[in-house]
Design a protein around this ligand. Sequence first.
Ligand code: PGA
Length: 254
Amino acid sequence: MRKQIAAANWKMNLTYQEAENLLDKIVSEQYNLTENQKVIFAVPAPYLDMAEGKIANQAHMFIAAQNVYSKKSGAYTGEISVTMLQSIEVDHAIIGHSERREYFGETNQLLAEKVNICIAADITPIFCCGEALPVREVNQQNSYVSRQLEESLFHLSAQQIEKVVIAYEPVWAIGTGKTASSEQAQEMHAFIRNELATKYGKEVADRISILYGGSVKASNAKEIFSQPDVDGGLVGGASLVAEEFITIIKSLKV
Ligand code: PGA
């Protein structure tokens, strides 16, 4: 059975002290997480080490970087390498968030390189895909997402792709309060799984977690996560509020 995952994406929010407080509150709650469930916190880079310390004794909890560079080391001022993440035991990284694609010009080709370097370093890439509103308005979302998968992931071997977590995040639902309906989410997740099955076979496709992202909150998480091909969520705004994210974690399928 594939993992059910609640992933917090804090983006560029919170001071160090606020981040500590938020993690303390969330981590101190009782969850009874199963082998099949994971909680991931994608925190701003200056807080990775602190966050890693906070979850060190928590089973099923992990820390993620929000981005990583495609090169191992060198003259790339301001960038963060997989080697740096490894050295502080960070084992997940968000790759290709729509904000990185839109504001920082990240292309499918660059993201393929980032996915590769993560996998080589044994860091789980949480690979984001999803269409913007104009694409959905002309009903081209399937071919758009299919191309993202093809150009950034489908060069991987079956063994490698099983290490990837996919997050479907329709850009029109991110930070807008406008969630995809659970039917829309299920429809796209089933499409993505089918694309994976066509390329790698059904067994491999069935082992890959596909998260939904875009205005997930305490009040809609259970409904969205209950869909058969939705394996949890990548959560922005609501992950900054302890009570909200606690409820979201408790909404995961077991
Ligand atoms: P949101 O963001 O939950 O605030 O819509 C999700 C994301 O961008 O990962």
